[in-house]
Design a protein around this ligand. Sequence first.
Ligand SMILES: Cc1cc2nc3c(=O)[nH]c(=O)nc-3n(C[C@H](O)[C@H](O)[C@H](O)COP(=O)(O)O)c2cc1C
Length: 326
Amino acid sequence: MDIADRLKLDVPVVQAGMGGGIAGAPLAAAVSAAGGLGTLGLLPPGQLKSAIATVRDRAPGRAVAVNLLMPFIGRRHIEICLESDIDIAVMAFEIDRALIQRLSGEGIFVMVMVGTEDQAAEALAYGADGLIAQGREAGGHLVGTVAQADFLPKALALAGSRPVFAAGGIATAADTRAVLDAGAAGAVAGTRFLLTHESGAHPAYRQRIIDADSTIETTVFGLAWPARHRVLPNATTRRWCRPDGSARRLPAAINKFSAPLSRIPDRGDGALLHLQHPALPFLTPITLTADMPAHWAERAALYAGDTALRLDRVTSAAQAVADLAP
Ligand SMILES: Cc1cc2nc3c(=O)[nH]c(=O)nc-3n(C[C@H](O)[C@H](O)[C@H](O)COP(=O)(O)O)c2cc1C
């Protein structure tokens, strides 16, 4: 199988599915129209259906990919993916054997994002068609536990003939070439695509990435989803993170007991962020989108990978694909 043909790619560059309104149809369609693979991030089911239709319309002849952010995926999301006949599903943050088999059985190419050898072996045993090997330097939520360059060879060794894409640390064409030389089928970038006109990120958030000189691995923005994530520092992390990035005791305890809340359907409008404040230890994973006030940058999770230290401009999505093309 030629993976570029199977995924309808001109260049081996994938835009990561980013939830919370960052990677909607405008971004995914622009990336795919430019010859890469755009991926829709988590959306409420009502919006997912029309977003898939928009990508199809704006990027004709390209594959349609949807990120399945598993803690927040409901039955309706899956029905819409099947009804809409998507081409690719990217499963992340839980590996669901029955779902892999169901989607695969319907002809959908199923990729699973993994960060350890155990996760990779599990995804492969359950029938994943490909892997995304995430390194710990990645932005957003982390399955990655070691640097991408260290994990990629291990994932490749397990995957055999199945394709492995590398995520984390991808900011330039040289980064893409490095992962291809190491054996990857392509490069997956999130933070670079957040710095595009088509992403849903607030301009103040983009500027903070451009100005960044550090990132933090933490669990502090863990209300309803107490998983590790990489963010930029802000007033909230300064108040509630220890010097090593870990969450202080109070938010850590609240986050731990809030995990079942992830099953409450997401309204997708960031309404809870109104109530969030850097002085209070109730810290949701909601990020800063263009429709919110700029000063919420001090309360929201500003997800970014270590590439933030190297990235210095906002471009069109097509330019980002061109910049990353090997
Ligand atoms: C703002 C943001 C949101 C993200 N949201 C998701 C998500 O919803 N689902 C997912 O599988 N990965 C998500 N990720 C992680 C990406 O899949 C990818 O692993 C990561 O962006 C790669 O690292 P990079 O940002 O340094 O390029 C997100 C990343 C960022 C930066």
